[in-house]
Design a protein. Structure first.
Length: 216
């Protein structure tokens, strides 16, 4: 695949990342012309300045990684990220709400963040490692109802989790595609073979810290 780089959001979400790690991330994003970089909210301004004029998206994460922040806090976090220049926002759903079948709450949680995002795309992280297949489908449907733009598999932070699985990506794609939403696969994508499996299953974006290895 010639344009594999344009599927990749080059990701650095480690707690202990240093300035030189971010500099390397931005350099590599420009070197390989990735679709975007994905970083924590405190570093959005830095990323925006480093990537100015490149066309590379600055993506950040909200309610990360547990998704259990209050809705008002998630919405405020999203509005701050937007003000700092984020081009796209990836939020984590309230997984406990899904497990409790409190679907109105989960939908309203997503909707509040989408309102805060305004015209910038919102991706909804389902944390598929923690959900059954019917819960994945239901979460996708809630994201559609809330006006989101993407559904995303994973944070990559679930202990002993496998992250993105092609079968889950396919289920997500089949659930949201007719409604105009796209799918981002993230978590455990470390080689080209896995990346292509995710794209074949329906992913339009790949979140990975192994982007250079994948395209090389």
């Amino acid at each position: 695949m010639d344009n594999l780089n344009k599927y990749i959001e080059h990701t650095l979400l480690k707690q202990d990342a240093k300035k030189e790690d971010f500099e390397k991330l931005f350099y590599e994003a420009k070197e390989y012309n990735f679709s975007g970089v994905c970083i924590n909210p405190a570093y959005v301004k830095m990323a925006k300045e480093a990537l100015e004029g490149t066309g590379i998206n600055v993506v950040t994460v909200i309610g990360f990684p547990l998704g259990a922040n209050k809705t008002e806090v998630k919405a405020f976090e999203a509005s701050c990220a937007k003000a700092d220049g984020a081009d796209e926002i990836d939020m984590v759903i309230n997984v406990t709400g899904m497990k409790n079948k409190d679907y109105d709450f989960v939908r309203d949680d997503i909707k509040a963040v989408k309102i805060a995002c305004g015209n910038i795309p919102l991706k909804v992280i389902l944390e598929t490692d923690l959900l059954e297949k019917d819960e994945i489908k239901q979460a996708c449907e809630l994201a559609v109802q809330a006006g989101a733009d993407f559904v995303k598999t994973s944070t990559g932070f679930v202990k002993n989790g496998t992250g993105a699985k092609a079968e889950d990506v396919k289920l997500m794609y089949e659930t949201v595609n007719s409604h105009g939403l796209k799918v981002k696969a993230s978590g455990g994508i470390r080689d080209k073979e896995t990346a292509l499996q995710m794209i074949d299953a329906g992913a339009s974006r790949l979140g990975t810290s192994s982007g250079v290895k994948i395209v090389s």
